[in-house]
Design a protein around this ligand. Structure first.
Ligand SMILES: *[C@@H]1O[C@H](CO)[C@@H](O)[C@H](O)[C@H]1NC(C)=O
Ligand SMILES: *[C@@H]1O[C@H](CO)[C@@H](O)[C@H](O)[C@H]1NC(C)=O
Ligand SMILES: *[C@@H]1O[C@H](CO)[C@@H](O)[C@H](O)[C@H]1NC(C)=O
Ligand SMILES: *[C@@H]1O[C@H](CO)[C@@H](O)[C@H](O)[C@H]1NC(C)=O
Length: 220
């Protein structure tokens, strides 16, 4: 009697233990997998997703994207079992711990190349904002320099009006000729076109026109 009871308990324990194992394997998938919503079985994580641990989840995690535009680059690609590892390119510093987005600090200028560059501003230039390019210090008249400027701050002149600015030849009005090279197909050689206009520096539209046109080729 005693012996058979003991056996029964033993068998029951084995069953119980076996059941636990069965439950365990049934509801957990290996790394890199998830439980399928349709079949209830384990399936591989879809593209651009990963699962780093054994898990009973129906979903995998989304791979981190390294923001190239911000200065981040892939150090190692995402696999089914591990997330992407991002790294900030030389000169850039991380915005978050995972370096998925980066920034170009003040004192350094950002160039929007592909990939972007971040370099210390040279002497004579400054960058006072994150992700901004290096700008030239304001030129003060001689002996009017209050602060020469550094890599994060512009120069300060003694009087604001002593800062160098383009001077209009005729008071109030400036006459300016704009040249632009026009490529007209099917003509193989570019044509140069020009317009001359009286510009009123107090007119916002005209001022923007000058700024815009000045980016073109000016042969005067
Ligand atoms: C299981 O996976 C889900 C989704 O990917 C995640 O949120 C959860 O933390 C994971 N659990 C364990 C124990 O790893
Ligand atoms: C800016 O200049 C300071 C000292 O003049 C220097 O310590 C710092 O590293 C410079 N910053 C950058 C971004 O080069
Ligand atoms: C740059 O100049 C500004 C304004 O004078 C000052 O506050 C700042 O500490 C300077 N930075 C460095 C790096 O010298
Ligand atoms: C400013 O310039 C534009 C373009 O030359 C002209 O059409 C406009 O009338 C001017 N506005 C004023 C207030 O003079």
């Amino acid at each position: 009697m005693q012996k058979s009871r003991l056996l029964k308990i033993l068998i029951w324990h084995l069953h119980f233990y076996g059941l636990i194992i069965a439950l365990d394997t049934r509801f957990k998938c290996q790394q890199g997998q998830r439980i399928s919503r349709t079949t209830g079985k384990c399936e591989e994580c879809p593209d651009d997703q990963y699962q780093p641990k054994e898990n009973d989840s129906k979903q995998c995690e989304t791979c981190t994207i390294c923001s190239r535009k911000s200065g981040s680059a892939i150090q190692s690609i995402c696999t089914k079992t591990s997330d992407t590892v991002c790294q900030c390119r030389q000169g850039f510093s991380p915005r978050e711990e995972d370096s998925a987005t980066c920034k170009c600090e003040v004192g350094s200028g950002k160039k929007m190349n592909v990939p972007p560059e971040c370099r210390t501003c040279e002497n004579g230039f400054y960058s006072s904002k994150i992700d901004s390019p290096c700008l030239a210090w304001t030129k003060c008249k001689q002996n009017k320099v209050r602060f020469t400027g550094n890599n994060t701050s512009d120069a300060v002149c003694d009087e604001a009006f002593d800062a160098w600015t383009p001077v209009a030849t005729t008071p109030g009005l400036t006459e300016k000729t704009f040249f632009s090279i026009v490529h007209t197909s099917p003509s193989p050689s570019p044509e140069i076109s020009s317009i001359t206009r009286k510009l009123n520096p107090n007119n916002k539209t005209d001022k923007e026109e000058v700024d815009h046109r000045d980016l073109g080729v000016n042969l005067t």
